[in-house]
Design a protein around this ligand. Structure first.
Ligand code: ADP
Ligand code: MG
Length: 292
């Protein structure tokens, strides 16, 4: 084989093979290979690695664009100390993804406005997306509106089918579904279609007892809640528990961060580098919190 190649033809071939990263980089990498005297196999492996890395990057970018997550809401910017009833360890375990998403289990965040439900759900969505899961974040009323349009066009089934590609569907503020939206049962159909197959993360400002206005009748409300909670992790993120945390801290003094002190999380071992260790029992709660 000749030492020279037809660069134009190579470019065409790389286009045909859909190898854009190699097309962009091969000249630079080949020059380095010539200069450093790489074995041919190393050149081939290097080019293949570049193509794969670039493919992963593009896929992540595409999935991020599709996911419609809330900008800037990450786990890194989420202050778990502010919501002591939510265990960071448990959230991190959920973000490892695998088991619950494979089983189509759900996550439900309940609590009053401002408690960080939207932030946490979007942050969990981002963490899962970065691990390769497909996620869609939507205000529930927006999605319901789209499904209602689909129903009018006799295309509800295919609209629900299109959502199948998302391993996790985040429905934010389910109790904000309006009265006239509730008259249609599209939300129930969506919940039924995903039951035990595809996961949902649902946030709500109101407890299950108040969900009657989301669905056309009581039987459907019960059936929907039943399906949602059957395989679900539920975080109750209410501010009252924040006050309880302060009370527990006052009672126990030092040494135990409150989210490990809540009854729900007693099975979780504290981290080895517990920053609360050594806090003096007589120290006021506010001083302890400032350090967190
Ligand atoms: P909710 O959805 O429960 O009404 P949001 O997630 O919208 O609450 O939170 C309201 C604002 O407060 C957002 O800007 C959010 O980023 C911020 N916020 C709430 N809780 C936390 C937290 N624990 N750590 C960091 N920011 C938070
Ligand atoms: Mg919200």
């Amino acid at each position: 084989m000749s030492d020279t190649i037809d660069v134009t033809r190579l470019t065409l071939m790389l286009n045909e093979l859909r190898l854009p990263a190699i097309k962009q980089m091969w000249e630079k990498i080949a020059a380095r290979c010539d200069k450093e005297g790489w074995p041919a196999a190393r050149l081939l492996a290097t080019l293949a690695e570049h193509e794969l890395a670039e493919r992963d990057r593009r896929r992540l970018e595409r999935h991020l664009g599709d996911a419609k997550l809330l900008p800037g809401k990450t786990l890194a910017t989420y202050d778990f100390e502010a919501v002591p009833m939510v265990s960071k360890a448990q959230v991190m375990a959920l973000c490892a993804g695998d088991a619950w998403l494979e089983q189509g289990a759900n996550l439900i965040l309940l609590g009053p406005p401002g408690g960080g439900k939207s932030h946490l759900s979007s942050a969990i969505g981002l963490a899962l997306l970065e691990k390769g899961w497909r996620v869609l974040f939507s205000r529930t009323s927006d999605l319901v509106q789209k499904l209602q349009v689909a129903r009018r066009e006799l295309a509800l089934e295919s609209a629900i089918q299109r959502l199948e590609r998302f391993d996790l569907l985040i429905l934010d503020d389910i109790t904000y579904v309006s009265k006239d939206q509730a008259e249609s049962s599209v939300l129930f159909e969506l919940i039924s279609a995903r039951y035990e197959r595809r996961s949902m993360l649902i946030t709500a400002n109101q407890p299950f007892g108040e969900w009657g206005k989301i669905f056309p009748d009581a039987a459907m409300t019960l059936a929907a809640v039943d399906r949602l909670v059957h395989h679900a992790t539920i975080f109750e993120m209410n501010v009252e528990s924040y006050r309880r945390r302060a009370a527990i801290e006052r009672k126990h003094g030092a040494g135990r961060p409150a989210h490990y002190a809540t009854p729900k999380n007693t099975g979780v071992a504290p981290p080895p580098d517990n920053p609360h260790r050594g806090v003096k029992p007589e120290e006021p709660v506010s001083a302890q919190e400032n350090r967190q």
